[in-house]
Write a protein that binds this ligand. Structure first.
Ligand code: PLP
Length: 369
């Protein structure tokens, strides 16, 4: 028997995957956190060009300068952050940025605070770094509880908080005041905030997006091309932070990844500098799907808060009903996969067509009536 490390033994394969096995071949998949759109043509063409030009070797560990600059410009222009090339590390998706950030900050036994329910990776990345996952309950309205967070920040073991708005799995978007309060209270206790902004572009009902780094120097911004440009498989994201943090994080990347894929970096350069119209098209469609899904769930008497962002709804459903819905060929994810307090909820991704959502609602109707 191989003797595996405690770090690896303490984490589990994501609960989301387990649902796929329970459903049939004609199942409608509302379990995936992945845009169902194709990557825009101009971006694909940039990758083809890069390939033809022979940009197939290693790049700088931190990514190509053009892309680091393009990201710095984007952060200046769109997010009001004071950023230059040296403040940006290009990573393998948002996941690579989260990994590098947590690896370079967390010492054995130090705590990483994040919301419960919350995105599956935060706790596991903390454990892999030798740290302790410290999930903090959301309020009943699924928004962050600042007072509870402050109590956790006050614990001397707390080193990092991962903030995620718009949030996976709840779809909630935090107000500017809340984000400011999180960053400022974290700073009071010497806690670094990793702001996971991968759903930045998908805020609805005119709700504005604000980057946490606007409110303090204690923030590492994480984002990716994955959701914004429907590029999940390209694996390009970034981390933006002080030069000092980037200098340490690049070491983690150097030895774990060497560099992000060269061709995908050129595609990402086109994504950030080329035509941005695809984002608006996707956002409009997501918003229409959200409205369709939430109305449909309400019509079935299922309790669900109106999500203002990302592409998830988080209705109240017990596990028995969830399993019946999956058996009726609609794949959804039990809320418990996102933390103990996700129990009694399910995550439904509306990154699927309106036709599929209508059919899914019909199948769900048969289960709940
Ligand atoms: N952060 C959140 C909140 C996510 O939902 C996801 C993917 O589902 C990621 C990060 C990872 O993104 P990437 O595919 O860019 O690694």
């Amino acid at each position: 028997m191989t003797d595996f490390s405690e770090r690896v033994k303490s984490i589990d394969i994501s609960g989301i995957r387990k649902m796929f096995e329970a459903a049939g071949p004609n199942a409608i998949n509302m379990g995936l956190g992945q845009p169902d759109f194709d990557t825009p043509e101009n971006i694909k063409n940039a990758a083809i060009d890069a390939l033809k030009k022979g940009y197939t070797g290693y790049t700088n560990n931190a990514g190509i300068d053009e892309l680091r600059l393009a990201v710095a410009d984007k952060l200046k222009r769109e997010n009001g952050l004071n950023c230059g090339l040296k403040n940006v590390l290009i990573t393998a998706g948002g996941s690579g940025a989260l990994h590098a950030a947590i690896q370079c900050l967390i010492e054995d036994g130090e705590k990483v605070v994040f919301n419960n329910p919350g995105f599956v990776s935060y706790g596991s990345l903390a454990a892999l770094a030798g740290g302790k996952p410290d999930p903090v309950a959301l309020r009943p309205d699924l928004h962050l509880d600042i007072e509870a967070l402050k109590e956790h920040f006050a614990d001397k073991k707390t080193k990092v908080m991962v903030l995620n708005s718009p949030a996976n799995p709840t779809g909630m978007v935090e107000s500017q005041e809340t984000i400011r309060a999180v960053v400022e209270s974290a700073a009071d206790y010497g806690v670094t905030v990793i702001s996971d902004e991968v759903y930045e572009k998908f805020c609805y009902d005119g709700v504005g997006f604000v980057s946490a780094a606007k409110f303090g120097d204690n923030v590492i911004t994480v984002n990716a091309t994955s959701k914004t440009y429907a590029m999940t498989g390209w694996r390009i994201g970034y981390m933006a932070a002080s030069e000092e943090i980037i200098g340490e994080a690049v070491k983690v990347q150097q030895y774990s990844l060497a560099c992000p894929t060269s061709i995908a970096q050129y595609a990402a350069l086109e994504a950030y500098t080329g035509d941005q119209s695809s984002i608006g098209v996707m956002k409009k469609e997501y918003e229409a799907r959200r409205n369709l899904l939430i109305k449909g769930l309400h019509d079935l008497g299922i309790e669900v808060a109106m999500p203002q962002g990302a592409f998830y709804a988080f209705p109240k459903l017990d596990l028995d009903t969830i399993m019946k819905i999956v058996a009726a060929d609609v794949i959804i994810t039990p809320g418990k996969a996102f933390g103990s307090l996700g129990e009694g909820f399910a995550r439904m991704s509306y990154a699927t067509s309106q036709k599929n959502i209508i059919e899914a609602l019909k199948r769900i109707e048969k289960v709940v009536n």
